[in-house]
Design a protein around this ligand. Structure first.
Ligand code: PMP
Length: 449
């Protein structure tokens, strides 16, 4: 193994990282992870921590899931690749489509379109939404509406519906016809409303007003994460997503659930939409579909879309990827979904999520750096402030707590003024306690601002 200095220097010289400033790599080198076991990771210096981020919200089964590793090895030996473009397909892709149809059949979604990741899934869903309306003779429905603070990947469509200026402004002009409405973020919102239910009602009115302002016959779809992830783990009141479904239905607008983080158990149910009792028209999947063992994603479409695309007036789906239906990814996903179901990971997420949140709430009684504790299932965030009363954001303090917590034994995700947690769903009570106690130590070490 190369020594630490060599890797740090070469990283700064040759490797540009997503969402990072290339010029800062020397002064602020990233942690170089070289090994993992169960729910723990080890860096180049030999420091082992619990991975409270779960890779990047995706490693739901931890790092030692032998059935996925075996399935990948077997598929590589038998058939490492074959395309699913018109005219050919492969057996692993067919098996996976059957599997997903079984999983999401209760939500009315029995058609799968495979992609290589979350951004692909989002752009595919946006395109299918437009094409659906066009096929039905409503070609004027081209616009998209999304939530501020929402994150939908980084392709042009996803960046255009993204609700964070940092991912938009450097790449403008983006897709025309994309509009944003306030997210039901109870800790900070333009309505100054802290009651989640009343806030949900206000945000729903804002959505409906925007659709009316744009004129409904020009709006193709509304896209939302059932629980906003990268925007800081914002879980809406349970009335919000059903309210969105109702508004979309009344205006002929499709509902796209971006389940790239929330799909396959993280919220405490099979999908985030099901968690809120909602049936979307299109669903974007990726991440936990293979628990991070292989890049893979999918879009699920419901019967309403199936009827139009497969009916007399249907047409070619003019989009797709070389790796749509990659047999190794499909084999990884099949093994991953077997394990996910065998262990009923969603129940574990609900149980450990409640446990983790209670632990974090307890920390908030002792550490005034914590302005807000949020979460749903096993996705949680601490919002770090310098003044609780004024809710003053303090990203630098969050960064210091991230470092001291890492030293104390837990990798959390530092994102602006938030510390985010999305650990593997196989978490045990002891693992959960380790995350809380490392944060306790980390917060204590940083102390007052
Ligand atoms: N949508 C959501 C909700 C996401 O969280 C992400 C990734 N964090 C994406 C889309 C994009 O996925 P990917 O990074 O696999 O392209």
């Amino acid at each position: 193994m190369r020594d630490n200095n060599f890797l740090t220097e070469m990283n700064a010289r040759h490797l540009w990282h997503p969402m990072a400033h290339p010029g800062e790599m020397q002064a602020n080198p990233p942690k170089i992870i070289i090994g993992a076991d169960g729910v723990s990771i080890t860096d180049l210096e030999g420091h082992t921590t619990i991975d409270a981020v779960g890779g990047l919200w995706n490693v739901n089964l931890g790092y030692s899931c032998q059935p996925i590793k075996d399935a990948i090895a077997a598929q590589l030996t038998r058939l490492p690749y074959y395309s699913a473009f018109k005219g050919t397909t492969n057996d692993a892709a067919i098996e996976l489509s059957v599997r997903l149809a079984g999983m999401f059949g209760p939500d009315g979604m029995t058609r799968a379109f495979f992609t290589s990741g979350g951004s692909d899934s989002v752009d595919t869903a946006l395109k299918l939404a437009r094409q659906y309306h066009r096929l039905r003779g409503e070609a004027s429905r081209t616009k998209f509406i999304a939530l501020r603070k929402g994150y939908h990947g980084t392709h042009w469509g996803g960046a255009s519906v993204n609700g964070n200026p940092a991912f938009r402004e450097p790449y403008e002009p983006l897709l025309p016809g994309c509009f944003h409405v306030p997210a039901p973020y109870a800790y900070r919102n333009p309505f100054d409303e802290s009651d989640p239910e009343r806030l949900a009602a206000l945000c729903l009115s804002a959505l409906e007003a925007e659709i009316e302002m744009q004129v409904p016959s020009t709006v193709a779809a509304f896209i939302m994460e059932p629980v906003l992830g990268a925007g800081g783990v914002i879980a809406p009141h349970p009335s919000f997503m059903p309210g969105v479904r109702d508004i979309c239905d009344r205006h002929g607008v499709l509902l796209i659930a971006d389940e790239v983080i929330t799909g396959f158990g993280r919220t405490g149910d099979v999908s985030g939409a099901r968690h809120w009792g909602v049936k979307p028209d299109l669903m974007c999947l990726a991440k936990a579909m293979t628990s991070g063992y292989f890049p893979m994603g999918a879009v699920m479409a419901n019967d309403r879309l199936a009827e139009v695309f497969e009916g007399d007036g249907g047409a070619m789906i003019g989009t797709g990827y070389t790796y749509s239906g990659h047999p190794v990814g499909c084999a990884a996903a099949l093994a991953c979904l077997d394990e996910t179901e065998r262990l009923t990971l969603w129940d574990k997420a609900a149980y450990q999520g409640a446990r983790l949140k209670a632990g974090l709430q307890d920390l908030a009684t002792r550490h005034d750096a914590i302005g807000d504790v949020r979460g749903e299932g096993l996705m949680c965030a601490l919002e770090i402030v310098s003044d609780r009363q004024a809710k003053t954001m303090d990203p630098a303090r969050a960064g210091r707590i991230f470092e001291t917590t890492y030293k104390a034994g837990a990798m959390v995700r530092w994102s602006g003024t938030n510390l985010v947690m999305s650990p593997p769903l196989i978490l045990t009570d002891a693992d959960c306690d380790r995350i809380v106690s490392a944060l306790d130590e980390g917060l204590g070490a940083v102390g007052a601002a």
